[in-house]
Ligand binder design. Structure first.
Ligand code: ZN
Ligand code: ZN
Ligand code: ZN
Length: 761
């Protein structure tokens, strides 16, 4: 073969003798290209096009040397991106002409170990169609095998112990490949070439069913026992990809009631997994094109969906609400379970309330022993937990409520370079943490509420793991200003320098990350409570400006919360606070509390929009005491009618120039028993949407800014958010709502990174 150097720019040298002149090109592809079957894909594509050369992994990128006619190389370059495996997200880093090396074949070369690492940790993937076909094929050697996977699917984040992503560095290290699997693993033309979690019934993990009668080993027998227990109304703890689920028959009132009673979870909605064909799902909830696409997206998330009038689920799945969280099977084990059970199953996180999901067999057996009648274990270890992600379609787009299995670690890019690697510890509630260095941010899956030692231990573990996996050592910690957050003392013990970031500025900056084109903002940060800059509990704030330079511009009329933190779970306290603030009686509240409130004992001043929702839920009688965080606002939203009869909240600037909306005019309407609960709830939503609009208009006059952002947990409320968006649009505002980062406190970590970044320009 003649050795000729390629000349000039590709594509312009096509001539009749083009096949006689091998050009050569060197491609570097970055992004998500490792652990996703990218090299076998490159190999097959090159062979199909008759190209020669080689491909290899090199420090987080894929390096390709290809020789052949120029026109074919162009086709190759195009198809490398266009036809990449579904779970790969390749980015062409460079494409350069090279001297031909005269190869006579295309080969996969061993990985480079040197060079600067640019590491990506893939999330866990749903079972692909090819594997599902084999799973259901009686002639296939993996027929009904619950751990079938390939380069295109299977666990990753929850099984990778260290990088590089090779089998000895995963929890599959303890499962030596059988000869058949080894052949597939080593054959570049096989779809399981270098599928690190590769397994089969001969060499891979297995199921075990355990109940008080004993243990049943063997995949078929264990699965059959679990299905029959579920059919008999039992609660079964099932080990999945990122942890255990507690499962039971979603149509059985008795089973669901028992689960609620044992989990001490009287009201919080339970997620439901539906059989894969989607027929029962469509019969149970109203699907929109957006929600259907989300349900089938690679993360296979839980999607909150409106229930149909007639459905077969137990009414105890989501009492007092009109939506349920539903999802489809994602792992082969879930497919087998749902296929055989033939109906929807409750599949709620196997944890103790608010803690991270349990992952280890022994620990799950101990801690879930009082809740579950039986266990379906398997012996593939889970390195770190990943709860199911949750989405809700709001204002026409799916918005994340929780990042988790299948979507985490979420890797994103900053608009500029950080001075040093940092870990942002996020919030106390809905905690998830960020590791950030250079221009990169890695967001952990949902960890949970930091109220217990176990939650904190998981945070510490994940912080250590992320640094080890990405080979980055944090030099600095970012924290919320609140002195009581669960990670405080651990953060001090690390000895690392720390920077504290105000809670609501972090909310605003997390939102701003998603819209780099916006230079000047009006951002509404409405949530439960976060420590404010005047020492009060904020939560109904508006800022103008940009990351690193926010000005507090608007808020609500302050009120003193009777009982402080307790108000989060006892909406009647917020209701009493509003009434007392206006000099009205609250006969439902104890006299002693009133006296304490008058003296200012344990009654911090607040401007929380979330607590206004709580108060409205209590005053309308929809929820006086909450069994879980957010129950009041959720019930208020679920009950609300379309009655938008306005109640105008007066808007005035306080002595510091901060605009304040006065909620006191809402009290007569909220306490008017002649009005239906649903209409009071509807009018309340409309009044707050109008109040936000009035603030936005006033701030636009002040600043000339037309871009409005909505952030904070209150905007998980679809009705409020959509009514706000409609109003803003009618008045010519551009409204921005996050689509990649949760609007709630799970976004605080990224916001802390953004605030830190812009202070160090
Ligand atoms: Zn597969
Ligand atoms: Zn095998
Ligand atoms: Zn918050």
């Amino acid at each position: 073969m003649p050795r000729l150097s390629a000349v000039g720019i590709s594509g312009i040298h096509a001539g009749e003798d083009v096949n006689e002149i091998p050009a050569a090109r060197r491609f570097i592809l970055g992004g998500q290209v490792q652990g996703v079957g990218f090299r076998p894909f490159v190999f097959r594509l090159a062979v199909e096009l008759g190209l020669r050369g080689w491909v290899k992994n090199a420090a987080g990128t894929v390096l390709i040397h290809a020789e052949g006619p120029d026109g074919t190389l162009d086709v190759f370059a195009h198809r490398l991106i266009e036809q990449a495996p579904a779970i790969a997200r390749p980015v062409m880093v460079s494409d350069a002409s090279k001297r031909a090396e005269g190869h006579d074949a295309f080969t996969i070369l061993p990985s480079d170990q040197d060079a600067e690492p640019d590491i990506h940790v893939p999330p866990d993937y749903f079972a692909c169609d090819d594997c599902l076909r084999e799973l259901r094929d009686p002639a296939d050697r993996r027929h009904n095998y619950p751990f079938i996977n390939c380069t295109q699917c299977g666990p990753r984040y929850t099984l990778i112990d260290a990088l590089p992503y090779d089998r000895p560095n995963t929890t599959m290290a303890g499962f030596p490949l059988c000869p058949d699997c080894r052949r597939e693993y080593e054959d570049p033309a096989n779809r399981r070439f270098h599928a690190e979690p590769l397994a089969c019934p001969v060499c891979g993990p297995h199921l075990e069913f355990v109940d008080p009668q004993g243990r049943i080993a063997g995949d078929e027998a264990a699965l059959a026992a679990a299905v029959s227990a579920l059919k008999n109304g039992a609660i079964v703890a099932v080990k999945g990809v990122g942890g255990y689920h507690l499962m039971c028959d979603a149509a059985s009132n008795t089973a669901v009631a028992t689960l609620r009673q044992r989990k001490l979870r009287p009201g919080k909605p339970l997620a439901v997994m539906f059989p894969a064909d989607g027929r029962l799902l469509a019969d149970t909830v109203q699907l929109t094109p957006e929600s259907e696409a989300m349900l089938n997206s690679p993360a296979r998330p839980i999607v909150l969906s409106v229930m149909r009038k007639n459905h077969d689920l137990s009414s105890l799945i989501a009492p007092g609400l009109n939506e349920i969280g539903c999802f489809l099977p994602y792992s082969p084990l879930h497919h087998l379970l749902l296929d055989r059970f033939g109906g929807p199953l409750v599949a709620t996180s196997g944890n103790i309330s608010g803690e991270p999901v349990l992952t280890a067999n022994e620990e799950a057996a101990g801690r879930l022993g009082r809740i579950a009648d039986a266990f379906l274990h398997h012996n593939r270890p889970i390195v770190r937990p990943a709860d199911d992600p949750i989405y809700r379609v709001i204002a026409g787009r799916p918005r994340p409520i929780r990042i988790g299995r299948g979507s985490a670690p979420l890797e994103i890019e900053l608009p500029r370079t950080l001075p040093e690697p940092v870990i942002a510890l996020g919030s106390h509630m809905k905690n998830s943490i960020c590791l950030a260095w250079d221009k990169r941010v890695v967001i952990s899956p949902h960890i949970g509420e930091l109220d217990t030692a176990r939650s904190l231990a998981t945070l510490i573990r994940v912080a250590g793991d992320l640094q080890r996996l990405y080979q980055v050592q944090a030099q600095h910690l970012l924290l919320d200003r609140h002195p009581g957050y669960g990670y405080r003392s651990w953060a001090r013990e690390t000895g690392l320098p720390m920077t504290e970031i105000w809670h609501h500025r972090a909310h605003a900056s997390a939102l701003a990350w998603e819209f780099p084109g916006v230079e000047d903002w009006i951002v509404f940060a409405w949530d439960g409570v976060g420590l404010g800059e005047d020492g009060n509990l904020w939560g109904g704030e508006a800022f103008t400006g940009r990351p690193g330079d926010w000005r507090h511009a608007a808020s609500l009329r302050p009120f003193r919360l009777a009982g402080g933190e307790k108000a989060a779970r006892e909406p009647w306290r917020s209701a009493a606070a509003l009434l007392w603030e206006c000099g009205q009686p609250a006969d439902f509240a104890p006299d002693l509390l009133r006296l304490a409130w008058q003296k200012g004992l344990n009654s911090p001043t607040s401007t929380s929009a979330g607590r206004l929702f709580d108060a409205a839920a209590a005053l309308t009688g929809l929820c006086r005491t909450a069994s879980f965080e957010g129950e009041g606002p959720m019930k208020l939203e679920a009950a609300a009618s379309d009655d938008q009869t306005p109640t105008e909240l007066p808007l005035q600037a306080d002595p510091d120039g901060i605009l304040r909306s006065d909620w006191s005019v809402l009290l007569p309407m909220l306490t008017d028993d002649t009005l239906a609960q649903a209409d009071r709830a509807g009018r309340f939503h409309a009044a707050l949407a109008d109040a936000l609009l009035a603030q936005a208009i006033a701030l636009r006059e002040r600043t000339g800014t037309n871009d409005v952002g909505l952030t904070g947990g209150v905007f998980q409320n679809r009705r409020l958010t959509e009514w706000v968006s409609d109003r803003l649009a009618r008045h010519g505002f551009a409204t921005h709502l996050p689509e990649r980062i949760p609007v709630n406190d799970a976004g605080i970590g990224l916001g802390q990174v953004m605030e830190y970044l812009y202070r160090h320009e």
